[in-house]
Design a protein around this ligand. Structure first.
Ligand code: IVH
Length: 712
């Protein structure tokens, strides 16, 4: 390929690549598979390598380039990047309108353009002759920092302005003379676009997942994510962060506001035609009532937008009014940030719980003296990691400011150190894993502390999953995802903690609205009283499946007093009954061998297991005693409620089989002759029990009679 051919090919490749970039990153449409696009980019890269003098500033290969910078250079803004006045209520907005009314000394009938207030970082982009030549941060409003290399990595920012056709420009209401001016500015003038660089919630979550997995400190929020990405010196890092840019202002060099473009809605449409993303939610509102309606609608849609906003910005739609109203102090009269109130409150740190996540990482959660924030009572707040505790210099007993905005998890934003009284305690990382007792370690220079026991989290998750499963507590609706969310957020450590969940705790979680929280609380309340056998099964004692649990429940049932049978059994009492069993007692039960018996005994004497049982009890879980599942029709049988002892060996049944049959019909097996015994079943070579029975006048059943009775 000679140079002319190469240039032709390069021009075509650049246009094609940019077309698909624009479709994907600005229009949200994928018109070419990423792999194919990469292949075109690669061809372009190789050609440019061969003919370096054909590289242009707007080539897609120039998005990520160059060496990390030593520092940012300062740039002076062509027009200051001012700030905004804040309003938080309809009253504030009415007062604003009235102030403007007074300022203008005439009745105000203004049309407003209402926009979302993106929560990211303000950026000014300068295009000369259509080419992006500079990107700058706001800085102090007059002087910002040159971050061109970094913002070039943002795919929704065009390196060259799109040149709209006349029809498109006519459609947004521009006249021929204005259209000429626009073309002249694109071709040889200066156009500046201002807007917000943001990080979507999805990107934020994915990045943090990645960071946590490799032990890096997670980003505190999307705004910090953006600022940290743009204000760092290696553009390769910015590229990795997948930022987006939305334009919210358009400055035409040499023209006053309102001169070429009359209205804010037209400016938005033009920015879009020039190749930028604009917010499709933005709307013209005829008056303040319409503004309030817009604001309320946005607040409702806020959780599903996919990115963070902290309110709306209400602007005069007529851009000529911007010149008339002007600026007062540091902010303009012609627009207002109508914000959502980020609810804050002060409270005290009462404790810290350490949660063990999937990767074994220990995450601290602050236990708060419950406080109302934005209408809901909050009792916990995540602290992300130990570094966050250090960063805040947080101590037990500290008074802190917590903040909750929208559905976002409440967080500690500030420690009020002046309020300390010297009693505050330093928070330390536990030496042992709070979940499994394993060793807590710190790997290399990772931020996270981890439980060294690799299986810690998985085992716990499975145990809780087992407890809520159908054959056990049957808590329909508590799927593995929710359990994971509860576990990783530190709300629960075990199944017993489920019953201590409060609505306020749930509202402190991501994606938890009032309705979902109410549902979970209701489901749990409905399952607070559990059938004995289901509870035993749900405990997840090793080797105790549903059948063994049924048998054990039956065994317990035999021991109950009438009042316990009627009114139900406490967990303390159940524990006592289980603790009264010897290995032998258990081994005597049908189907219970030495291994199962050992495991049952171990469970009811294990300190950690007993603690969980105590928690079940403290959290109000009780047991109801229903008729034995093993002998559903036993009430009619002559065996029902009668006490049996067996001596000697039967011909047609083993001892175990005989016991099972008696129990299946509602009879109870006893080991020794006492006065409560109703029947002695006698086989060949009976022991001393026969003599005893005779003396006591207990009814004696020979094998044949016994079999007849069994058959009913
Ligand atoms: S208008 C006068 N429109 O809010 C400067 N700003 O609190 C405001 N922001 O620094 C420009 N969304 O970064 C405007 N739709 C929007 C906005 C918006 C977010 C940011 C902007 C500014 C900050 C002021």
């Amino acid at each position: 390929m000679n140079k002319t051919e190469a240039k032709n090919r390069i021009d075509k490749l650049k246009a094609e690549i940019d077309f698909h970039r624009y479709n994907y990153h600005v229009q949200d449409k994928e018109t070419m598979a990423p792999a194919a696009l990469d292949s075109l980019k690669n061809e372009l890269f190789l050609l440019e390598n061969e003919y370096p003098d054909l590289i242009t500033a707007d080539s897609p290969t120039q998005r990520v380039s160059g060496q990390p910078l030593d520092k940012f250079t300062k740039v002076t803004h062509s027009r200051p990047m001012i700030s905004l006045f804040d309003a938080f209520s309809e009253g504030d907005m009415r007062a604003w309108e009235e102030r403007n009314h007074n300022f203008l000394k005439r009745p105000l009938r203004a049309e407003y353009y209402c926009e979302l207030k993106l929560d990211g970082l303000a950026i000014n982009l300068r295009y000369v002759g259509g080419l992006l030549i500079q990107g700058a941060t706001r800085g102090d409003g007059k002087i910002g920092e040159d971050v061109t290399g970094n913002i070039k990595t943002i795919n929704s920012i065009p390196l060259r302005l799109r040149r709209p056709n006349e029809k498109e420009l006519e459609k947004i209401g521009l006249e021929a003379s204005d259209i000429k001016k626009i073309y002249s500015l694109i071709d040889s003038g200066t156009i500046e676009l201002r807007g917000e660089a943001i990080m979507s919630n999805k990107t934020f979550a994915a990045l943090n997942k990645k960071y946590i997995a490799v032990g890096k400190a997670p980003l505190a929020n999307t705004r910090n994510g953006v600022a940290g990405s743009i204000r760092q010196l290696d553009s390769k890092v910015t590229a990795e962060r997948k930022l987006e840019f939305y334009a919210y202002d358009l400055l035409l060099d040499n023209y006053e506001r309102g001169e070429v473009i009359a209205r804010r809605d037209q400016a938005d449409a033009l920015a879009n035609l020039l190749g930028f993303k604009t917010l499709k939610q933005n709307q013209i509102c005829a008056d303040l009532e319409a503004v309030f309606h817009f604001y309320n609608g946005v607040e409702k849609k806020r959780p599903s937008l996919g990115f963070e906003i902290d309110g709306t910005v209400v602007k005069f739609n007529d851009l000529r009014m911007w010149n008339i109203l002007g600026i007062v102090g540091k902010a303009p009269r012609y627009m207002m940030a109508y914000k959502f109130s980020a609810a804050q409150a002060t409270t005290k740190i009462e404790g810290i719980v350490w949660q063990v996540g999937r990767t074994g990482a220990l995450t601290p959660t602050a236990l708060l003296d419950p406080v109302k924030v934005g209408g809901v009572t909050i009792s916990r707040s995540t602290l992300h990691n130990f570094d966050e505790i250090n960063r805040l210099d947080l101590r037990l007993g500290d008074t802190v400011i917590i903040e909750r905005s929208g559905d976002v998890i409440p967080k500690v934003v500030e420690v009020l150190k002046n309020l300390r009284n010297g009693q505050e305690k330093i928070i330390e990382v536990p030496a042992e894993c709070p979940m499994c007792g394993g060793k807590v370690i710190k790997v290399g220079d990772e931020v996270a502390y981890r439980c060294a026991n690799k299986r810690c989290y998985a085992v716990n998750l499975r145990r809780i999953g087992h407890f809520v499963s159908k054959g056990a507590a049957d808590i329909d609706g508590l799927g593995p995802k929710l359990i994971e969310q509860f576990l990783t957020s530190g709300l629960i450590k075990d199944a017993a903690d489920l019953y201590a969940l409060k609505k306020a705790d749930l509202l402190s979680l991501d994606r938890f609205g009032e309705k979902k929280a109410d549902n979970v609380i209701e489901i749990l309340a409905a399952r607070r009283e559990l059938a004995l056998e289901r509870f035993i099964y749900g405990l997840g004692i090793r080797h105790v499946g549903e059948e063994t649990a049924d048998l054990l429940a039956d065994r317990i049932r035999e021991m109950l007093t009438d009042s316990e049978k009627e009114k139900g059994l406490t967990i303390e009492k159940l524990t006592k009954y289980f603790q009264s069993f010897s290995l032998e007692d258990l081994e005597n039960m049908p189907d219970v061998g030495p291994i199962v018996a050992r495991s049952i005994i171990d469970f009811w004497h294990d300190a950690a297991d007993l603690q969980v049982l105590e928690k079940f009890s403290a959290n109000g879980v009780s047991l109801k005693i229903e008729q034995s599942v093993l002998a559903p029709n036993s009430a009619k049988s002559p065996f029902f409620g009668k006490n049996f002892v067996l001596t000697g060996s039967l011909n047609s049944l083993t001892r175990g089989e005989a016991k099972d049959k008696i129990k299946a019909l509602g009879g109870k097996m006893k080991d020794s002759m006492t006065k409560e015994i109703d029947f002695l079943v006698v086989g060949a070579e009976p022991g001393s029990k026969l003599e005893k029975a005779k003396k006591m006048g207990v009814r004696i059943l020979e094998e044949e009679e016994f079999l007849q009775m069994l058959e009913g």
